[in-house]
Write a protein that binds this ligand. Structure first.
Ligand code: GAP
Length: 516
C-alpha cells in the first residue's frame, strides 16, 4: 500500500509515540519543550543498538581506533580556541508583530522553494498537455520557467555570498525583495538581521560573572582534541589512529522542526582520525567510502548520496555530507570533514601546551592533520525508522484482506529480537511452558513474553515494534518440545526444536550480521 511522504512522516511521528519509541519532552506542560524529545522503552533499545553498531564498527573493526567518553562541560577557553564563541552563529530575524523568530537563511530558502513549486506546477501542466513531453527542453525554453529559474539562481548566489561575508544587511534586503511573510502574523514587519550564537551557556556555582561562564558542548569533537596526547600516550598509538566518542551535544537552534531531525539536545557519534600532514586527502577519501558502506548495511543505497559542501566551515579544507532521503527530502545525515591541523594548533596556541606527535619513522615532531566523521545518532534513528516503516495489505485470520503496520528493521537493530507467545492465555500448561522457553531465551537475546489478546493481534503488536521473530507455544509443543517460529517479513512459520531456538535467533540477530 503506497503512502505519500507527507502522510508517512505524520504516521511515523504518531507511531513513534503510540508504540513507545519517542515522546515529546515534558509533554504534560503545554505540549512540552520544543525540539527536545525523550526516547521510550523501544526507542532506547533501538538507539542503543545503533550506537553499538557504530561503536563496534569503529573501535572493534579498526585496531587503530580507540574510544573515550569526555565530559560535557569543558574549560570555557576550549570554545574560544575551537572558534565556536566567535563563529558558531546563525543569522536571526524577528517578526515584530508575532514576535516569532526565524533563521534568515531558512526564511529565504523557503521563499525560493515556493518559486521552485511554481516551476514544478508549470512542468506538470505542460506534461499533461503534450504527448512525448521533453521536460529538460521545456525547462530551458519556456519563458516563464526560465525566468523563475534565473531568479532562484541569482538569489541563491546572493544568499551564499551574504552568508560567507556576514552581510546581515543584504540578508534583510533579500527577505524584503522576496516579500517573505511571517506564517503567524502574515506581516512583513521584520527586525534587522543579526547573528545569534548557538551555544547554550550556564554558570559555575562558585565563580561570579563572565569568568564562571560555562558552555554546554555544541559538538563532542573538542573533548577528543584536548585529549589527543593523553590517549596517544596511554595507548601508545602510532599515527594514523583514531579516537571515537558518542555523546550529547547541545545547540540553541532557532528553527527546530522535522521531529528529531533538528533538536536542541541531541547525540553525536564522532571519530577524529589523526594523520600525517599531506596524507589527509587519501584518508578523507577512505573515510568517505567507509562511512557510506556502514550506512548501506542498514539503509538502501538509493536513499543515500554524497553532497559536497559549497561553504566550508572555518576549520575544514574539504567536507562532504552523506545525505539520506528522509520523508521530507534528501538531508544531511553525516558529515565527513578534513579539519586540517586547525583544532590542535588552536588548542596549542590558547593553552600554551604542545599537542605534537613524534613520528618515529620520520624522526620528527608535528601537529597531525585530522579527518573527522560525525553522524547524528538521532538522525540515524530517524533515517532507519522511516525506512523501516511500512503499511502492508495482508490477509487476516479468516483470509479477508486486512492491513498491518510493520517496522522492517534490520534484525540486529530491532529493539526486541524475539517474542514468546503461548497460543492461549488460560491454559496453564501452555503459559508455564512459554515462561520456561522465555527464561531460557532471555539469557541470549532481548525477548518479550506476551499472552494478552488473540495470537493474531499479538503478532501485529510485535510487527509494529519490529520484532523479527515470534515463537508460538501450542499443544504440539507439550508433546514434542517443538515450537513455531514466525518470520516478521515473510510471515512464514516454521516448526523447530526448542533446543535449537537460541542458535537460530542469535545467528540471525547478532551484530556480526552488520559488521561482517
Ligand atoms: N563535529 C562536527 C560537527 O558537529 P555538524 O555537521 O555540525 O558537524 C554533525 O554535525 C552531525 O550531527 C550532523 O550530520 C547531524 O547528523 C548531527 N546534528 C547536527 N545538529 C543537529 C541537531 N540540531 N539535531 C540533531 N542532529 C544534529
Amino acid at each position: 500500500m503506497a503512502i505519500s511522504q507527507d502522510d508517512l512522516f505524520k504516521k511515523l511521528v504518531a507511531h513513534s509515540k503510540e508504540y513507545g519509541f519517542i515522546f515529546p519532552s515534558s509533554e504534560i506542560y503545554e505540549n512540552g519543550l520544543a525540539a527536545v524529545y525523550d526516547y521510550g522503552p523501544y526507542g532506547v533499545e533501538l538507539k542503543n543498538n545503533i550506537k553499538e553498531y557504530w561503536w563496534r564498527a569503529m573501535t572493534q573493526m579498526h585496531e587503530n581506533i580507540v574510544g573515550i567518553d569526555s565530559a560535557i562541560f569543558m574549560h570555557p577557553t576550549t570554545w574560544k580556541a575551537s572558534g565556536h564563541v566567535d563563529a558558531f552563529n546563525d543569522p536571526l530575524v524577528d517578526n515584530k508583530d508575532s514576535k516569532k523568530r526565524y533563521r534568515a537563511d531558512v526564511l529565504i530558502e523557503d521563499a525560493l522553494s515556493k518559486i521552485e513549486d511554481k516551476i514544478r506546477k508549470e512542468v506538470e501542466k505542460a506534461a499533461k498537455r503534450f504527448e512525448n513531453f521533453d521536460e529538460a527542453m521545456f525547462r530551458t525554453t519556456n519563458t516563464r520557467v526560465v525566468e523563475y529559474q534565473q531568479k532562484i539562481d541569482a538569489y541563491e548566489t546572493r544568499l551564499g555570498n551574504a552568508m560567507k561575508s556576514n552581510d546581515m544587511a543584504d540578508l534583510k534586503a533579500i527577505i524584503e525583495e522576496l516579500e517573505c511573510t511571517c506564517e503567524v502574523s502574515g506581516s512583513r514587519n521584520w527586525t534587522d538581521v543579526r547573528q545569534f550564537n548557538l551555544m547554550f551557556n550556564t554558570q559555575l556555582g562558585n565563580v561570579a560573572g563572565e569568568e564562571g561562564k560555562l558552555y554546554l558542548r555544541p559538538e563532542t569533537a573538542q573533548g577528543i582534541f584536548v585529549n589527543f596526547l593523553n590517549v596517544q600516550k596511554s595507548t601508545r598509538q602510532k599515527i594514523p589512529f583514531g579516537i571515537a566518542q558518542i555523546g550529547k551535544a547541545f545547540r540553541n537552534e532557532i528553527v527546530a522542526r522535522q521531529f528529531i531531525f533538528r533538536m536542541r539536545e541531541f547525540e553525536q557519534m564522532e571519530m577524529q582520525f589523526f594523520v600525517r600532514p599531506g596524507t589527509q586527502v587519501e584518508w578523507y577519501n577512505y573515510w568517505k567510502e567507509a562511512r557510506l558502506k556502514w550506512h548501506k548495511m542498514v539503509n538502501p543505497q538509493e536513499k543515500l548520496r554524497y553532497k559536497d559542501h559549497d561553504n566550508l566551515a572555518h576549520y575544514a579544507d574539504a567536507a562532504v555530507d552523506i545525505q539520506f532521503e528522509f520523508p521530507f527530502g534528501f538531508k544531511e545525515l553525516e558529515g565527513i570533514h578534513s579539519r586540517t591541523d586547525f583544532d590542535l594548533n588552536s588548542h596549542q596556541k590558547y593553552s600554551g601546551k604542545k599537542l605534537q606527535y613524534f613520528d618515529p619513522e620520520l624522526n620528527e615532531s608535528y601537529v597531525p592533520y585530522v579527518v573527522e566523521t560525525s553522524v547524528g545518532c538521532d538522525r540515524m534513528f530517524l533515517a532507519t525508522l522511516s525506512n523501516a516503516f511500512q503499511e502492508e495489505a495482508v490477509p487476516d485470520a479468516n483470509g479477508e484482506e486486512a492491513s498491518r503496520t510493520v517496522l522492517k528493521l534490520h534484525p540486529a537493530l530491532a529493539p526486541v529480537k524475539c517474542a514468546i507467545l503461548p497460543l492461549l492465555k488460560n491454559k496453564e500448561e501452555l503459559t508455564a511452558k512459554a515462561t520456561e522457553v522465555f527464561n531460557q531465551l532471555k539469557i541470549h537475546v532481548k525477548c518479550q513474553y506476551d499472552e494478552k489478546d488473540a495470537i493474531g493481534r499479538r503478532y501485529r503488536r510485535q510487527d509494529a515494534i519490529g520484532t523479527p521473530y515470534c515463537v508460538a507455544i501450542d499443544f504440539e509443543t507439550l508433546e514434542n518440545d517443538t515450537v513455531t517460529i514466525r518470520d516478521r517479513d515473510t510471515m512464514l512459520q516454521e516448526r523447530v526444536k526448542i533446543a535449537d531456538l537460541p542458535g537460530i535467533i542469535l545467528a540471525k540477530t547478532n551484530m556480526a550480521q552488520l559488521l561482517s
